[in-house]
Design a protein around this ligand. Sequence first.
Ligand code: B1M
Length: 234
Amino acid sequence: MSDDQELDLSALPDDELVAQMHDDLYDGLADEIAEGTNILLAREWTASDVLNEALVEGMRIVGIDFRDGILFVPEVLLAANAMKAGMKILRPLLAETGADTIGKVVIGTVKGDIHDIGKNLVAMMLEGAGFDVIDLGINTDVDEYLDALDEHKPDILGMSALLTTTMPYMKVVIDTMVERGIRNDYLVLVGGAPLNAEFGEAVGADAYCRDAAVASDTAKELVLRRRMMASEDA
Ligand code: B1M
C-alpha cells in the first residue's frame, strides 16, 4: 500500500512503532520489521524487550488469526520470515556474553515438525547464557539426535515441538536413549507451545521449559546441580 510505503517508522513514538510492527509482521514485511527493530534498539530498548513486545507479541496475534482461519500457511510463512529478519538483528545481542562456556546443548525440532522460530529463540538464549549450541534444525529423527549426542557429547539434549501430532515423538527419542543405556548421560529438556510440565514428566524428560528464558535458566541450574553432585560423588 502506498500509505505504508510512505510511513516514516522513525517518526513514530515507541507505542505506535510497536503497534505498526505488529501490523508489519502480520503483513509479512521483513524489511520494515528489520527497520523497526533497529529503531527500537537505537532508542536504547533492550534486545529482549524488542523481542518480546514487538516480535513475539506480533507473532501471537498472527497465531490467533491462523487458528481462526483468517490467515493461511503462505501468509504465516511470510510473517515467520519477517520475524526472522528481526531475530537476525537481535541474535548477536541476545547471544552476547562475557561468561565462559558453561556447557554444550544439542537442540532440534522433532520429526514431522517444521516450526523453528521458538527453537531458534531458545538456542539464542542458551548461547547468551554461555552454552555452546549445536542446532540440528527441523524435522529431526531419532537417529539424527542420537548421532549428534554421540558426536558432540553435550550436557543437554533439547527438543522442540509445536504440534500435538509431533510432540509424542519426544518419547520415541527418550525411550530409544533408555534402550541404548544412555538416557542418564544427558539432561533432556523439552518445550513448545502445546506441551506442559505433566507431558514433560510423562515422556521422561528432566524438565519442561515454558519459554526461552525458562529454558536458559533451567539449563544453567540443572547443569550446575549435576556438576555439584558429580564432584560430591568423586
Ligand atoms: Co503452524 N501451527 N502449522 N506454522 N504455527 C501452530 C503451532 C498452531 C498452534 C496454529 C493454530 O492453529 N493456532 C497449529 C498447531 C495446532 C496443534 O497442533 N494443536 C499449527 C498448525 C496446525 C500448522 C500446520 C499443520 C498448518 C497446515 O499445514 N495446515 C503446519 C504444520 C507444518 C509442520 O510442522 N509439519 C504449520 C505450518 C506453519 C508455518 C510453516 C506456516 C509456520 C512456521 C514457520 C517457522 O517456524 N519457520 C507456522 C507458524 C509460524 C505457526 C504459529 C502461528 C507461530 C509459531 C511461532 O513461531 N510462535 C503457531 C501458532 C502459535 O503458536 N500461537 C502455529 C512464536 C514462538 C516464539 O513461540 O514456538 O511457542 P513458540 O516457542 C516458545 C515456547 O514454546 C518455548 O520457547 C519459545 C520461545 O519463548 N519453546 C521451547 C519452543 N521450543 C522449545 C524447546 C525447548 C524449550 C522451550 O527445548 C529445551
